[in-house]
Design a protein around this ligand. Structure first.
Ligand SMILES: NC(=O)C1=CN([C@@H]2O[C@H](COP(=O)(O)OP(=O)(O)OC[C@H]3O[C@@H](n4cnc5c(N)ncnc54)[C@H](O)[C@@H]3O)[C@@H](O)[C@H]2O)[C@@H](O)CC1
Ligand SMILES: [K+]
Length: 513
């Protein structure tokens, strides 16, 4: 599990290490500089000509130390001090004094520098101390850096990216590598910040574990070690051991969603998958996925089909409803019936979310009052249900503008979690799974996954994990992580352009090993 922190939390870890533990600030700075140089040395040669661009804060201090270490190692390196002498921190001042005693070129004005003379740039202008939009003077430097053709190494943060939410503060350095210290920052995982980091390396610079643990962050991500949380397979087992999934999906001319969800549930390990769909899909689904049990209904005669639907719902360990069911009156009746009969955790996806939004749009009093609208809505669904909206669906549900939600992703997640009974997987390039005081930000996956049917696959994976006994919140987080890993594996075998939803299902076998 990777803890994700914001700038304030990281500063608290810094000051705990320095003030409470007593590690001198300059020791941490030296460690930080050494870590950056170690990463650089994997790629640079003595032929390279390096320019280290420094601000007045401690990020700039790191830069000055980096320049000195590179010089000591025999590299060709110059410094551009772009900050103001009067604003230098104590540490940066000390680093500058050392540099001035060495035989180094120190530029002070951008106009004096020919960036084309340098093959490598080091960005030590601003780190986690970024407070607002970059000043015009720094903007001009960042523009020059981004026009430069060589590699850029960003120290701690690419200058201009907010460590708190990944937003660009006016303009930002487009780094090839970012070497960050202690913990991942939230702004390095969320977009657009994530894109600006290039390859991200998290370095240990000697913060003691007690300092690292001194802050609580509600934000975290998973890594491969978290796959240990997958449900263990018992040797003494039968198909009943691994749970029964009911996938309620598909409508006339829409059979693909049911197939994708059901197959993903099987490939995730569910012992038994039943598909409940319209009679019109019978032959195609039977051909596509003979492993699944098929129950069909006539949408025009739902009243007569109630008992059949009730039986399917009540036999299941977990129920998925929504992919491809459409938003007709009959689909609404189906959703009502299922919600009435269901006991196990339910995954509400796609059209189920659209139907719920439509229903709430008929209550004008609930409009524009997001909290009561979401609370009201959660009261009608079984507790610990998982709801998997992409941003457009969530915007409909909250009666908000998509752009507004996208621009305030972390606030949006907080608003969803205000309602403590449900688990939301807010699907975006970085899916956020929220429940109570926890925010899981997913770090796996790639742009190839922005293609039809991948949401149906995710729903099936969640259901497969739920059926095998994972708690709903854990199942949602793990499913989102595995879904992204499978997408990454599939893209590595093909490419991001050609990836389609079934490739993700096929890759599950590889990533769940
Ligand atoms: N002991 C420590 O505190 C350590 C700090 N470290 C480094 O220090 C950094 C944090 O240092 P600071 O807190 O001094 O902050 P930074 O150096 O990241 O940023 C503060 C400086 O940037 C300027 N600045 C902020 N916003 C600006 C804007 N919008 N436009 C132009 N200039 C702007 C400020 O005037 C100030 O000079 C970390 O990112 C890391 O690189 C590391 O050396 C590890 C140890
Ligand atoms: K920086």
């Amino acid at each position: 599990m990777k803890k994700l922190v914001n700038s304030n939390q990281m500063k608290k870890i810094d000051s705990y290490s320095i003030e409470t533990i007593g590690i001198p600030s300059l020791v941490l700075m030296e460690n930080a500089a050494n870590q950056v140089v170690t990463t650089m040395q994997k790629n640079i040669t003595k032929e390279d000509i390096i320019l280290v661009i420094c601000g007045s804060g401690n990020n700039g201090g790191d830069g000055l130390a980096i320049a000195r270490i590179l010089l000591n190692l025999g590299y060709q390196v110059d410094v551009f001090f772009a900050g103001k002498e009067a604003s230098m921190t104590e540490e940066t001042h000390k680093q500058m004094t050392i540099i001035e005693n060495l035989d180094m070129v120190i530029w002070n004005a951008i106009d004096e520098i020919n960036f084309a003379n340098y093959t490598i740039l080091v960005d030590a202008l601003v780190g986690i101390g970024l407070s607002e939009k970059l000043t015009d003077a720094y903007k001009q430097i960042v523009e020059k850096m981004n026009h430069h053709e060589g590699s850029i190494y960003a120290v701690d943060m690419p200058t201009g990216i907010s460590a708190d939410d990944g937003k660009i503060m006016g303009i930002a350095v487009k780094a090839d590598y970012t070497i960050t210290f202690g913990h991942h920052k939230i702004g390095q995982v969320l977009f657009p910040g994530s894109d600006y980091c290039g390859k991200l390396i998290v370095s240990d610079i000697g913060f003691p574990p007690v300092a690292m643990d001194s802050i609580h962050s509600k934000y975290y991500s998973y890594d491969k070690k978290d796959l240990e949380k997958l449900p263990k397979r018992k040797a003494y087992s039968n198909k009943g051991t691994f749970g029964r999934v009911l996938v309620i999906a598909g409508s006339e001319n829409m059979s693909g969603a049911a197939y994708l969800s059901a197959k993903a549930a099987f490939r995730t390990g569910a012992g038994f998958v039943e598909i409940l769909t319209t009679e019109s899909n019978r032959s195609i689904i039977q051909t596509q996925i003979p492993e699944a049990v098929l129950t069909t209904y006539n949408p025009e005669q739902l009243n007569e089909e109630k008992e059949k639907i009730k039986k399917s719902v009540q036999q299941a360990d977990t129920v998925v409803i929504g992919p491809g069911i459409g938003v007709s009156k009959e689909s609404h009746q189906l959703l009502d019936l299922v919600t009435l009969y269901v006991e196990p955790p339910v995954v509400y996806d796609a059209d189920a979310i659209n139907l719920i939004s439509e229903y709430y749009n008929t209550f004008p009093l609930l409009r524009n009052n997001t909290c009561s609208r979401l609370n009201e809505f959660s009261n009608t669904l079984p507790p610990y249900s998982i709801i998997t909206p992409h941003l457009k669906e969530l915007a409909r549900l909250m009666d908000k503008d998509v752009r507004e939600l996208q621009d305030n992703l972390l606030d949006t997640a907080d608003r969803c979690a205000n309602d403590s009974k449900l688990i939301y997987a807010i699907k975006d390039a970085r899916t956020i799974v929220t429940h109570k005081d926890d925010r899981y930000i997913n770090h796996s996956g790639n742009s190839g996954m922005a293609t039809a049917g991948t949401g149906d696959v995710l729903t099936g994976i969640i259901a497969g994990l739920l059926a095998q006994g994972l708690e709903p919140f854990e199942a949602a987080k793990m499913a989102v992580y595995i879904h992204g890993l499978a997408g990454d594996y599939a893209a590595s075998q093909k490419n991001e352009y050609s990836l389609i939803a079934t490739d993700i299902i096929e890759a599950l076998g590889e990533v769940m090993k």
